[in-house]
Design a protein around this ligand. Structure first.
Ligand code: PXL
Length: 275
């Protein structure tokens, strides 16, 4: 059984980061160890929330892991929370991944042309440096343009997407998966550049509204696929279909919440995919 480490915040309420990565990656038959970088009452899309940075805990945790000779078959990261945490995560990636392990970084820090509350250009720059250590990165267009100091566009063409991916590949990541790409008003999906050479695109019909946390569900599903030996194309395609199904399940509920989607009701898709 493969054993991976996921490093992200723990938001008590709101279905994102560790509370989706642990169940989803586990559903792929992978032991999912977790390092929380911060403790929040909810994710930051709510009006009232608390944030406790857990950075001071990390050195003693990693010292203990070293003594226990703990190593992981891969590491995936998401929303981290502060620049000091990013520095710790870089060290963990350098020291705790087995040879040929897969490192995936989701530079979760913004959407719709804006950074999330509490993040600034220094955070975006530190995240760009972190992405240089990855085999695979999964930014949305907002995150990509903040990392590259490029103009954010809501309407774009193939060349704009390809340029972004090429620049992020040049920064260091092997494979770039640009998420939340609108092919048209009615289609959303991913634009990928594999090893700086091959383009792969996949789109599904777009649901009528946005839900929080879907980026985290998406990246967890991509990572679960990769850790099961699926190709990047197979993994990103499955993750699109899975996320779409989670949104559809949510929309089917009366009084649904926009603060997270019903991923728990779609885990059968994962079982089917890895069969
Ligand atoms: O990646 C989404 C996310 C994760 N964690 C926290 C967040 C958000 C989005 O706002 O606030 C704490």
């Amino acid at each position: 059984m493969k054993k991976i480490l996921t490093i992200q915040d723990f938001s008590c309420v709101g279905k994102c980061s560790l509370t989706v990565a642990i169940p989803i990656i586990s559903a792929f038959g992978i032991e999912t160890c977790a390092l929380p970088t911060a403790l929040l009452s909810t994710h930051t899309q709510f009006k009232n929330w608390t944030f406790a940075n857990l950075c001071d805990q990390i050195p003693s945790i990693t010292d203990a892991w070293k003594k226990e000779e703990i190593m992981f078959d891969g590491i995936c990261t998401g929303y981290l929370g502060a620049v000091d945490l990013i520095e710790e995560v870089k060290e963990i990636i350098k020291n705790f991944v087995k040879k040929d392990g897969i490192v995936m970084i989701d530079p979760a820090m913004g959407d719709n042309g804006k950074l999330y509350a509490g993040f600034d250009l220094e955070y975006a720059k530190a995240t760009k440096d972190l992405c240089a250590l990855a085999d695979v990165i999964t930014p949305n267009i907002t995150e990509a343009t903040f990392m590259l100091d490029k103009e954010f566009k809501d309407i774009y063409d193939y060349d704009y997407l390809l340029d972004i991916c090429k620049e992020l590949h040049k920064n260091g990541a092997r494979d770039v998966v640009l998420t939340g790409v609108k092919k048209s008003e009615s289609q959303v999906g991913v634009f990928c550049l594999l090893d700086g050479k091959e383009v792969y695109e996949y789109y599904t019909p777009r649901e009528p509204r946005d839900f929080h946390g879907t980026g985290d569900i998406y990246s967890s599903a991509v990572y679960g696929g990769l850790m099961n030996g699926k190709t990047l194309q197979e993994s990103v395609k499955f993750a699109c279909d899975y996320t779409k199904h989670c949104i559809a399940k949510t929309l089917a509920e009366p009084n649904y919440s926009i603060y997270g989607v019903n991923f728990e009701q779609c885990t059968g898709d994962i079982t089917e995919f890895i069969k």
